[in-house]
Write a protein that binds this ligand. Structure first.
Ligand code: ZN
Length: 406
């Protein structure tokens, strides 16, 4: 039998078969991609043997000149946590970033201005909490300085997650007040933004130990008014994921205790080079990020801060109500009080009783004395603040004791 197809139908048949083959190709590609993803997941589940800290040089110039600011970006990872990361040039320690307890990832831009031509050999050493150590050498060719001389100059750095702009500036001998003067929008700086590092004639050489002290310390920097609260955008991988008040992928941006720069209260027991006292931990996160109970307890207060006379209505980034902790929640659990501050919205109501951890009590905001959305979280034992990380650790010990006895 012969089917006689009129010529105009051939056009439809051609178009339809073309479409069909495109769809089939798409299905095949989708299946292949899915298999690829499955493979990736399998790899991440595989147990990895304990290895020394991993040092990665993320950016380094192969060549620079005497007197040129030469930022070198490094990343150090250790699954158990890092004790110390040091950059040395010959016998001299030229950079040593601050490390929080339990910190597993250190990303820092090491500021450096070569002072002599030749090949400079920088040595990065990383020590984990269990003493395991690793080392990496970065050779950089330094050319002689071009004609010109010593004058004021500035250069820009692209800020990345893990950088602390004030730490970067200090590394070049630039004081916080000078950094603030050169960068109008410092409080809102985010990863990917450029900041200007203004170096004055005769300055710029990293001081011994890497940084000048604030407030009349060895570097002679002015103490700036830290009602302006600088954004520490460091990323910390917390070990306390199962007891964290917020999704732990938002790392701790500022720890508990005496601090170099902070908007809070001067600490009576703090050393001169870390004069401010931070009564909790800060976790930077987008507004609206949910916050959770970390234990059972009763809501003793939920609402604006009516006791603080710290009025931050002029503070850039602060949202209403502008006083102190802003919208906050206090939960009492035996001897312990947990305080969640700067919320955009509160779900908990006074008198509510939470039976367990992991229950929703509100959302991240920037109310009160806050320049950017973050959770300020405090733990008080018998009405005295303590390091929340210590509290988390005590929970983990209790949990493992329970496991042992069962
Ligand atoms: Zn805080």
């Amino acid at each position: 039998m012969i089917i006689n197809i009129p010529p105009r139908y051939w056009i439809y048949i051609t178009v339809l078969s073309g479409l069909l083959s495109v769809v089939l190709l798409g299905v095949v590609v989708a299946i292949l991609l899915e298999e690829q993803q499955d493979t990736d997941e399998d790899v991440s589940v595989t147990e990895v043997a304990r290895t020394a800290p991993d040092i990665l040089v993320e950016s380094t110039p192969s060549q620079t000149t005497v007197g040129s600011p030469t930022p070198i970006r490094i990343r150090v990872d250790d699954s158990l946590g890092l004790e110390r990361v040091v950059v040395e040039l010959g016998p001299r320690v030229v950079w040593q970033p601050d490390i929080l307890p339990g910190q597993q990832v250190v990303r820092t831009t090491f500021p450096w201005i070569p002072d002599r031509p030749g090949t400079a050999t920088l040595r990065i050493r990383a020590v984990a909490v269990d003493g395991l150590e690793s080392e990496k050498i970065i050779p950089v060719v330094v050319a002689a300085a071009p004609e010109g001389g010593d004058e004021d100059r500035e250069f820009t750095i692209v800020v990345q997650a893990g950088d602390d702009p004030f730490e970067l500036a200090q590394g070049y001998g630039v004081c916080p007040d000078e950094l603030i003067a050169a960068n109008a929008n410092l409080a809102a700086v985010a990863p990917g933004d450029e900041i200007i590092i203004p170096i004055q004639a005769g300055g710029g050489q990293p001081p011994p130990g890497g940084r000048p002290g604030p407030g009349g310390g060895p570097g002679g920097c002015e103490l700036v008014d830290f009602r302006f609260q600088h954004p520490q955008i460091g990323i910390v991988a917390p070990e306390y994921a199962n007891v964290f008040p917020i999704n732990p992928r938002f790392g701790i941006s500022r720890g508990y205790g005496c601090a170099v720069f902070f908007s809070g209260v001067p600490g009576t027991e703090c050393p001169e080079d870390k004069p401010w006292f931070h009564t909790g931990i800060d976790v930077g996160a987008p507004p609206g990020t949910p916050l959770f109970t970390i234990s059972s307890g009763r809501v003793s207060y939920a609402g604006p801060d009516e006791t603080s006379d710290a009025d931050c209505s002029e503070m850039r980034g602060s949202e209403e109500p502008h006083n102190g902790y802003g919208n906050h929640v206090r939960i009492q659990s035996g001897r312990y009080l947990f305080l969640y501050a700067h919320l955009s919205e509160i779900v908990a109501a006074p008198g509510d009783v939470y039976e367990d951890k992991g229950e929703l009590l509100g959302f991240v905001g920037s109310t009160g004395c806050s320049t950017a959305p973050h959770l300020h979280f405090e733990v008080r034992r018998d009405n005295v603040t303590m390091d929340p990380l210590e509290y988390f650790e005590s929970l983990e010990e209790t949990a493992s004791d329970d496991n042992d006895s069962s």
